[in-house]
Design a binder for this molecule. Structure first.
Ligand code: NAD
Length: 292
């Protein structure tokens, strides 16, 4: 492992050890959270973070095998009563409605939605098929709309406010080469969050965004086609890409699923009670945002 990576891993182990020694504050005890893409890298780390704070978590994901594995893992760590798997496709209206009804019946309501289910796709614009364009829009933009609408319906009925966190991407703010469909869909997510923050404010429904930069570890996105396409765009391999992202960050550190989960936890908790319509970029300070 490169030196910095070893430092990062050690840092998280020390943080974990420190937390084990402290009395657990469990700031989300009694809260119910639904995490879409909960069987994936960022989703599972987020579910674990919220569970550690005492929340009950519904893992909503289309991938049945990964869902069962995540449920077993988190159930063993935090107790089966606190985690529920719900197989759903965020692009299917009926399935989304049914998933939210199931959540509210099983756990007696909903306090937090983490809309995170997603993918990444890369193709030059001339080679972007309508099917690929629509897939990005369906999962990322329409999917985020459908789950937010159901969360809003529940929050309004409960009359105790609510909390929505979108996992968008730095690519929703800055263009990335050969990824117009993905970048445009992520930009739509960010603007949807702003619109919903405005709509929900009177009812104390907060809506915020976390923008990860590249998270290579633990993410299924970085195990498939996206990895091949990025590797070919930047003419390097996975290790080379990891190093490239690390080097272009001001802090010279990689971003892990746990880093994203920490920002989501902040936005989902009362620590950020006065924040809505805001974005947290978790990118170790991407120098490209500051220099030309
Ligand atoms: P991941 O592939 O590990 O997890 C994504 C999860 O979403 C998977 O479990 C997948 O089954 C699920 N999913 C996909 N389509 C779905 C659908 N239609 N309905 C329900 N579930 C569906 O990827 P990740 O890195 O954890 O990504 C999580 C989010 O973070 C995505 O929205 C992604 O675009 C965003 N993001 C990731 C990175 C990165 O580098 N990993 C960077 C920026 C943004």
């Amino acid at each position: 492992l490169p030196e910095q990576e070893a430092f990062d891993i050690e840092y998280w182990l020390l943080e974990e050890a420190k937390l084990q020694r402290l009395p657990k504050p469990r700031s989300l005890a009694g809260h119910v959270a639904l995490v879409t893409g909960g069987a994936g890298g960022i989703g599972k780390a987020t579910a674990a973070r919220l569970l550690r704070e005492g929340a009950c978590v519904v893992l909503a994901d289309i991938d049945e095998t990964a869902l069962a594995a995540a449920h077993d893992e988190l159930g063993a760590a935090f107790g089966k009563d606190f985690v529920r798997p719900v197989k759903l496709d965020v692009t299917k209206e009926d399935a989304v409605i049914a998933g939210f009804v199931e959540t509210s019946v099983e756990f007696g309501g909903l306090d937090i939605l983490v809309s995170n289910a997603g993918l990444a796709s890369s193709a030059p614009i001339e080679e972007t098929t309508l099917a690929l364009w629509n897939k990005n829009m369906d999962i990322l933009s329409t999917g985020y709309f459908l789950v937010s609408r159901e969360a809003f319906r529940l929050f309004r009925a409960q009359k105790i406010g609510g909390n929505v966190v979108f996992v968008a991407s730095k690519n929703g703010l800055a263009a990335s080469p050969n990824a117009a469909a993905y970048c445009t869909a992520k930009a739509a997510e960010i603007h949807l969050a702003r619109c919903l923050a405005l709509e929900g404010a009177e009812a104390q429904i907060r809506v915020n965004v976390v923008n990860p930069d590249a998270v290579l570890r633990g993410s299924k996105i970085w195990a498939g086609e996206w990895l091949e396409q990025r590797a070919s765009t930047y003419k390097t391999d996975k290790d080379g890409l990891e190093e490239m992202y690390r080097q272009r960050s001001m802090l010279k550190r990689s971003v892990f699923p746990e880093d994203i989960a920490e920002a989501i936890y902040f936005l989902a908790s009362d620590m950020s009670a006065k924040s809505t319509g805001n974005i947290i970029n978790v990118d170790a300070g991407n120098a490209q945002s500051f220099t030309r």
